[in-house]
Design a protein. Structure first.
Length: 253
């Protein structure tokens, strides 16, 4: 097995939604392998990796995304790696018809358009990097959607299409773009959403494990490992692809 402990030495990474859960795990994984990392979210938490530089940001607007990228480049002297992990999901147990108009727009802004805006803002720096790579964190909800979170699933499906298209556009400049779609992962936000849906169905959260071929929900570090692989030189001939990390759950029922 190759030593990955220094594979990101000299690389500069921006991880959005990096204050907790999957984002924090990704940031920590990159730090552990030598990267300089900026984590971004609206507020820091106790789980925000201590070795990162935290920048408070709201990436739901063009201005917020552009300002974050500019501050990140200023803090690190450049940018080589971008992880678009910012996301949020609010559940409407009455189904898709009960999702208010403003929730659709907010979901598109945070779960899809934030990645578009950040990638656009970072494109020049990534092209000049020589090792530029982007990973967009999508979701298996984009493939197997549920009505209570259809706005979230739709936004993530758009993110997958965008990933493929922008990967083709940036490939001539040597910038790779891929997506990772996690399944049920044990994070504070993910568990809360899952529990809301299951409570409405009268099912315990423990029932989820029985629907997953590997018999359990995932943990954030398992998603972070896939992201690290895709950002690394080990994945130098991979772009425009979505990687499902879900214990075999998608399509198994």
């Amino acid at each position: 097995m190759s030593d990955t402990s220094t594979e990101f030495s000299g690389r500069r990474a921006l991880v959005t939604g990096g204050s907790r859960g999957i984002g924090a795990a990704i940031a920590q994984r990159l730090l552990d392998s030598g990267a300089e990392v900026v984590t971004a979210a609206r507020t820091a938490t106790d789980d925000t990796p201590a070795g990162s530089t935290f920048i408070a940001a709201d990436v739901r607007t063009v201005e917020g995304a552009q300002e974050l990228v500019a501050k990140s480049i200023e803090a690190m002297g450049g940018l080589d790696l971008l992880v678009n992990n910012a996301g949020a999901a609010r559940v409407f147990v009455g189904g898709s018809a009960t999702i208010p108009e403003e929730e659709w727009q907010d979901s598109l802004d945070i779960n899809f358009l934030s990645a578009v805006r950040l990638t656009n803002a970072a494109a020049d720096a990534l092209k000049g990097s020589g090792t530029g790579a982007v990973v967009n964190i999508a979701s298996t909800a984009a493939i197997e959607a549920t009505p209570p979170a259809l706005h979230y699933a739709t936004a993530k499906a758009a993110l997958l299409t965008y990933t493929r298209g922008v990967a083709l556009e940036l490939a001539p400049a040597g910038v790779r773009v891929n997506a990772v779609s996690p399944g049920p992962v044990e994070t504070p936000g993910g568990t809360e959403v899952l529990k809301t849906i299951l409570d409405a169905m009268g099912a315990p959260i423990e029932a989820v494990a029985g629907q997953i071929p590997l018999g359990r929900r995932g943990v954030s570090s398992e998603i972070a490992e896939m992201v690290a692989f895709l950002l690394s030189d080990r994945a130098s001939w991979i772009t425009g692809t979505n990687f499902i990390v879900d214990g075999g759950a998608t399509g198994s029922r």
